[in-house]
Each structure stands twice: as structure tokens, then as C-alpha cells.
Design a protein around this ligand. Structure first.
Ligand SMILES: Cc1cc2nc3c(=O)[nH]c(=O)nc-3n(C[C@H](O)[C@H](O)[C@H](O)COP(=O)(O)OP(=O)(O)OC[C@H]3O[C@@H](n4cnc5c(N)ncnc54)[C@H](O)[C@@H]3O)c2cc1C
Ligand SMILES: NC(=O)c1ccc[n+]([C@@H]2O[C@H](COP(=O)([O-])OP(=O)(O)OC[C@H]3O[C@@H](n4cnc5c(N)ncnc54)[C@H](O)[C@@H]3O)[C@@H](O)[C@H]2O)c1
Length: 446
């Protein structure tokens, strides 16, 4: 299409906020360009979900083996170097696979730093590229603590590429990255100390479950320092020192700063072109349109009031494809975005939360289960922690769910069609699950 401009749609950033929608858009005949400054695929395949789950998979097996030590004899041990090598092997081909996929659909993949020049022009080094529509999908980056010695700390990307697991690790923060990586480092044998900002971990999740998780991690040897108020990092001989609280000092071998991630909004010309943003990201309306009418934002960098996760980025980029291809003219209508902390045990949730249900008893009913004594599957795997909550509206439709267990990710996933398609009992009765499976038990416990 594009005649007046080089492209119909030009994307800045090549993560899930871009490629899930850009590929089908190009397939429909639209002229599409994608600018990427680093690895094609962005955070999720290279430094996020895929990379993390490759490292986590042996951890899950290791933890489950310990649970079944009455049957499985011998002591498994995780070889960290092999684990990192295996992670590299499983993800290293993803950028070129995604790039080839885009090129095969006719997308021009342009390497370099994209910066808005005006509402239809983006510069990449010395090149000026024009487009009818522009999508900014530049993602997030670690929010390094603004304290003395901050450069002595490391981020999640560096953790996932450690050739040796340090004996002692200090982790700053108690969110997703902090808890998932504390789980991994502890299983590999490191002494892990978590410096919490407050007295809670994983504040997005149901607090009674996060308290159970924290106790379980403590029982495995992870130390938590609540409301630590970390003041500085320094180096003394071969050791690193975390100064916190009332001038207390903690010596360690390695510091992971996991105190959150912030939007990549700097040096991309937003101010020059009049695109509004703040520290939560680029402001968008219900069509993912920014304050400039032909410029859109997608994925983590957009402040869309949704969890900044891969499923959100996939849904948003796919929605934009439909909008550009005129397959919809309606505002974006989000499904329930599922989220899981890949700790052991895991905590997962989707839809209406338990807290929301408890504060609106006229709208919701809650069914709580302890699966360790009632659920055959969890008895079989000797799970010591497995609980869930089903949340129903007054028409008895399932509208929310949360679980803590080794299988919480699979349990949440299995219920998404019921929640999103609002299946009633008759419709559910038309579907039989594989048996035995987590799905059959999760549906069966409703
Ligand atoms: C350690 C970790 C684990 C995670 N685990 C999970 C998980 O298990 N499940 C889940 O759902 N989510 C997870 N996430 C979040 C998930 O990775 C993100 O939500 C998702 O990758 C967002 O995609 P995006 O396209 O918006 O941004 P990104 O994937 O970050 O892509 C943005 C791209 O833009 C590029 N870029 C930035 N500025 C420019 C510029 N000016 N010019 C050109 N290119 C530019 C960047 O190089 C990058 O490639 C995890 C994140 C991290 C850090
Ligand atoms: N399983 C998953 O889906 C998954 C896994 C990892 C990351 N992610 C995504 O990546 C993003 C970043 O994850 P994250 O764990 O960095 O962020 P987060 O927001 O989950 O956690 C940040 C943590 O840092 C703490 N903190 C904030 N300021 C601090 C300070 N000054 N000093 C000490 N601690 C401080 C917070 O209390 C919190 O515990 C999120 O968008 C998340 O959705 C998702």
C-alpha cells in the first residue's frame, strides 16, 4: 500500500508489543517496518519469560524430586553452568527465527536506534523513515536504585548469564524478579538474602498465599529483611557490602537489584513531537492512540492500566493489527490477563481477586479449597502446599481464580476459556478433559 510514505505502519521496538501484530498485518499486504536497537524479539525471549523458564524448568523438577524422596532415591543436584548453557542453547536461535519470520512476511527489519522527528518521521542513525502510522513499543528497563555504589549491583539479564552461581547473593526488592530468582539461586545452593522495601512480597497477589510462599522460602533457607531501607552498595576487598537500616552492613558476593522496571521513554523524541508520557509510560486512549493521533503505543511502554506482561503485549499488538487493517473500529476490550509468579510453589491468578470479592459479598461468592488433603493429583505428588479460591458472580459464572501450588500456572491456564467465554454449566458439560490431568482436577473442584 504506502505511497506517500515509506510505510503504512512503522514500529519502534521488536518485542511482543510489535511482532505478534506486525506479522499478520504485513501478511495482509500492508507495508510494515520494524526498528530494533538490540536483539529482535525484545525482553521476553531473550531476557524475560523464555530465558527465565529455561532456567526454572530443572528447578521445578529438583523441588518435586525432593517432595517425592520416599520414592525417588538419590540426591539430585543442579549443575548451574550446564543450566545456563542449556538456556543459551534453547533461546539463542529465537531472535533470528523471529527476524526471519518477519522478513518472510515482507517486513523490513531496520537495525538501530529509532527516534521520532515529526509525527510521520522516525530517524535511525542518519536515515529518515516516513510512515502513515507509528507504533512505539520500546518496553521497560531495570530501575537501578539511585544510591551510592549502584553500579556495583547487577540486573536480571546479568543474573541469567552468570557462569558461576555466587555462594552468597543479596537481592533488593521482593517483586516478581526478586522472588523468581531467589527461588532459582536458593535451589542451586546459594545463600540468598532478600532486602524488602516493605514487609510484603509479590504485592499484586493474594496476601495469605504470598505469606505461605514466604514461609516456604524461609524454610528452604532464604532470609528476608523487612523494610530494609537500602542506603548504599560498596566494595571491600573481594566482597560487596549492602548498607541498610540504621547503618547496618551486610557482606555478600553478588547484588541483584530487582527494585522494578521503568518505561523506555527517553531519547525517542516524544517531547519534540508532543506525545504525552509520565513515569508509568506513554499515555494511551482506548484505541492505544497517544496524544498524537497517528502515533500509538503498545506493550510494556504503554500506560494502559493493564499488567505489564507478555499476554498484554501480545493482545495489544494483535488489536492494533485489527485496527490498522480495519477489522475493528471498536476500543480495545481486554480479556482477563492471567499472571503467575514462577516461584516454587507458584502463585497464579486471573480475573476478580479474592480481596475484591470479599469486599463485595453482594456481587460475588468464594469457594476455597485446600487441595493437599482433597485433591487426588496433589496427594499423588505429595504436595504440602496447594490451595485455591474460585470466585463466582451471582449467576454462578466463574469470574476469578487464584491458586498457590506447584501447578498454579497450569491450573490458571485451564480455566481461561470458562472465564473469558463465560461458559455456563451446560456448555462446560459439553467438554471433557483429558484424565488424569491438572485441568480435570481444576474443573472438577469448581
Ligand atoms: C526477568 C523477566 C522475566 C519475565 N517473565 C515474564 C513471564 O514469565 N511472563 C510474562 O508474561 N511476562 C514476563 N516478563 C515481562 C515480559 O517480558 C514483557 O511484558 C514483554 O517482553 C513486553 O514486550 P514489549 O514488546 O512491550 O517490550 P520488550 O520486549 O522489552 O521490547 C522492547 C524492544 O524495544 C527496543 N527498543 C527500545 N528503545 C528503542 C529505540 N529507540 N529504537 C529501537 N529499538 C528500541 C528494545 O531493545 C526491545 O527489544 C518478564 C520480564 C523480565 C525482565
Ligand atoms: N512471572 C512473570 O510474569 C514476571 C516475571 C518477572 C518479571 N515480570 C514483569 O517484569 C516487570 C518488572 O518486575 P520486577 O520484579 O522488577 O518489578 P515488581 O514491580 O514486581 O517488583 C519491584 C520490587 O522492588 C521493590 N522496590 C521498589 N522500590 C524500591 C526501593 N527503593 N528499594 C528497595 N526495593 C524497592 C518493590 O517493593 C517490589 O518488591 C513487571 O512488569 C513484571 O510484570 C513478570
Amino acid at each position: 500500500m504506502a505511497d506517500k510514505y515509506n510505510y503504512d505502519v512503522l514500529y519502534i521496538g521488536a518485542g511482543h508489543g510489535t511482532f505478534d501484530g506486525a506479522m499478520p498485518l504485513a501478511q495482509k499486504g500492508f507495508k510494515v517496518g520494524v526498528i530494533e536497537a538490540d536483539k529482535v524479539g525484545g525482553t521476553c525471549p531473550n531476557w524475560g519469560c523464555n530465558a527465565k523458564i529455561a532456567l526454572d524448568t530443572p528447578i521445578k523438577i529438583y523441588e518435586q524430586q525432593k517432595q517425592m524422596s520416599n520414592i525417588l532415591e538419590g540426591n539430585l543436584k543442579i549443575n548451574w553452568r550446564n543450566n545456563v548453557e542449556n538456556k543459551r542453547k534453547t533461546i539463542n536461535s529465537l531472535p533470528s527465527a523471529i527476524e526471519s519470520g518477519m522478513k518472510s512476511m515482507g517486513i523490513d527489519v531496520i537495525k538501530g536506534w529509532g527516534k521520532l522527528v515529526d509525527k510521520n518521521t522516525v530517524s535511525v542513525d542518519d536515515r529518515k523513515i516516513t510512515s502513515k502510522n507509528i507504533v512505539i513499543a520500546t518496553g521497560l528497563r531495570p530501575n537501578k536504585l539511585d544510591i551510592p555504589g549502584t553500579d556495583l549491583s547487577h540486573d536480571s539479564k546479568e543474573f541469567m548469564d552468570l557462569d558461576e552461581m555466587p555462594n552468597n547473593i543479596a537481592i533488593i526488592g521482593s517483586g516478581y524478579i526478586a522472588m523468581e530468582f531467589a527461588t532459582i539461586a536458593n535451589a542451586v545452593g546459594a545463600n540468598v538474602t532478600v532486602f524488602m522495601h516493605s514487609d510484603r512480597i509479590l504485592r499484586q497477589f493474594y496476601q495469605p498465599y504470598t505469606e505461605i510462599l514466604m514461609k516456604s522460602l524461609e524454610n528452604k533457607g532464604i532470609k528476608f529483611i523487612k523494610s530494609a531501607n537500602v542506603a548504599s552498595f560498596s566494595k571491600e576487598n573481594d566482597k560487596f557490602v549492602v548498607e541498610y537500616g540504621d547503618n547496618e552492613k551486610f557482606e555478600t558476593d553478588w547484588i541483584l537489584d530487582a527494585a522494578g522496571r521503568i518505561p523506555n521513554v527517553e531519547n525517542i523524541g516524544l517531547e519534540d513531537v508532543g506525545v504525552d508520557f509520565d513515569k508509568k509510560g506513554i499515555k494511551v486512549d482506548n484505541y492505544l492512540r497517544t496524544s498524537v493521533d497517528n502515533i500509538y503505543a503498545s506493550g510494556d511502554v504503554a500506560d494502559a492500566g493493564q499488567p505489564k506482561l507478555t499476554p498484554t503485549a501480545v493482545f495489544q499488538s494483535t488489536y492494533l493489527m485489527k485496527l490498522f487493517a480495519k477489522l475493528t473500529d471498536k476500543p480495545i476490550d481486554y480479556p482477563s490477563i492471567p499472571s503467575v509468579a514462577f516461584t516454587m510453589p507458584r502463585i497464579g491468578q486471573v480475573g476478580v481477586s479474592v480481596d475484591e470479592a470479599k469486599s463485595n459479598p453482594d456481587k460475588y461468592d468464594i469457594k476455597e479449597n485446600n487441595l493437599t488433603d482433597s485433591d487426588w493429583y496433589r496427594i499423588m505428588t505429595n504436595d504440602k502446599i496447594a490451595q485455591n479460591n474460585y470466585i463466582y458472580n451471582k449467576e454462578h459464572q466463574l469470574v476469578g481464580f487464584t491458586e498457590i501450588s506447584n501447578e498454579a500456572d497450569n491450573a490458571v491456564d485451564s480455566l481461561l476459556p470458562i472465564i473469558d467465554l463465560k461458559l455456563n454449566k451446560d456448555q462446560m458439560g459439553q467438554i471433557v478433559q483429558l484424565f488424569p490431568s491438572i485441568t480435570s482436577d481444576t474443573w472438577g473442584n469448581m
